[in-house]
Design a protein. Structure first.
Length: 283
């Protein structure tokens, strides 16, 4: 009796085990059939680089976890330009690629509606080489007002004129090791058209400085600028008011010259004239 019960239990266990194996095999087969291939980077691809068959490869990817914008045919990506750095094994997404037909280089990195502008810097202005591609900086301008505007005393001011400006390249490199500072003499920035005009005017009227800011800090500074008086604690300089314009003199119109009036002839008094010989007399 006991042996029969043991054989029954063993038989049921074998049946359940066999069913589990069959179900697992079926599930794995379904997963393999539902999977797909996506194009990934075969090597590290730098910003602004043109894609070629040598740096592309296919990799298996679960169909249910396919990232948006993934590409499944490597031929569709040949000649495209990367807008950002792409690591080895990372899927090639449309969001990281420039539009088809874009030429390689820095122009492919500039966002739509933006402009790239290069400013000259030195080791101090360039934040000692720590302003690297992909960083955000603020731009200050320092200028001096003429003495004639402030009662014979020059007035200096330093003011943040542009905030959260993306660094596209330093010198002529758009990819630099972010662990090592590099002192350069030029920095290329990504700006909106109105910011380009503002920066061009700022560098012509004063000296520029770059200020490195936190990558994820979007808050504006909202400062009033620093002057010599505010730094030294002096009373603010009073601007000399511009002289008021002299009032315009309005001349009265000159009347047209009229001809002089002739005097009226004197009216003779009424009387009786008596003629006596050769003389005449009036009464």
């Amino acid at each position: 009796m006991r042996n029969s019960k043991a054989f029954l239990i063993i038989g049921v266990a074998l049946v359940l085990a066999l069913g589990a194996v069959v179900l697992a095999a079926k599930w794995m087969g379904e997963q393999g059939a539902a999977g797909t291939h996506v194009v990934v980077a075969a090597t590290d691809i730098g910003q602004g680089s043109r894609l070629a068959a040598a740096n592309l490869q296919l990799a298996e990817w679960p169909a249910g976890a396919l990232p948006p914008g993934a590409v499944t045919d490597p031929k569709l990506l040949e000649g495209r330009v990367a807008r950002s750095d792409i690591g080895r094994g990372e899927p090639l997404l449309e969001s990281k690629l420039a539009p088809p037909g874009t030429l390689g280089g820095l122009s492919a990195v500039v966002a739509a509606g933006k402009r790239a502008m290069t400013v000259r810097v030195n080791d101090v202005v360039g934040v000692a080489g720590f302003a690297l591609p992909g960083n955000y900086v603020d731009i200050l301008v320092n200028l001096t007002q003429p003495a004639s505007d402030f009662g014979g005393r020059e007035a200096s001011i330093s003011k943040i004129v542009l905030e959260r400006i993306l660094v596209l390249a330093v010198a002529q490199d758009s990819v630099v090791d972010d662990t090592k500072p590099r002192v350069v003499n030029a920095v290329t920035l990504e700006l909106a058209p109105e910011q380009v005009e503002k920066l061009d005017l700022a560098r012509s009227i004063g000296s520029l400085s770059l200020v490195l800011r936190n990558q994820v800090d979007p808050q504006p500074a909202n400062t009033g600028g620093a002057t010599r008086e505010s730094v030294l604690g002096l009373p603010p300089a009073k601007a000399v008011p511009a002289p008021a314009p002299a009032p315009a003199v309005v001349q009265a119109p000159v009347p047209a010259r009229q001809p002089a009036a002739r005097p009226a002839p004197a009216r003779q008094a009424d009387g009786v004239m008596v003629i006596r010989g050769l003389g005449a007399a009036s009464q």
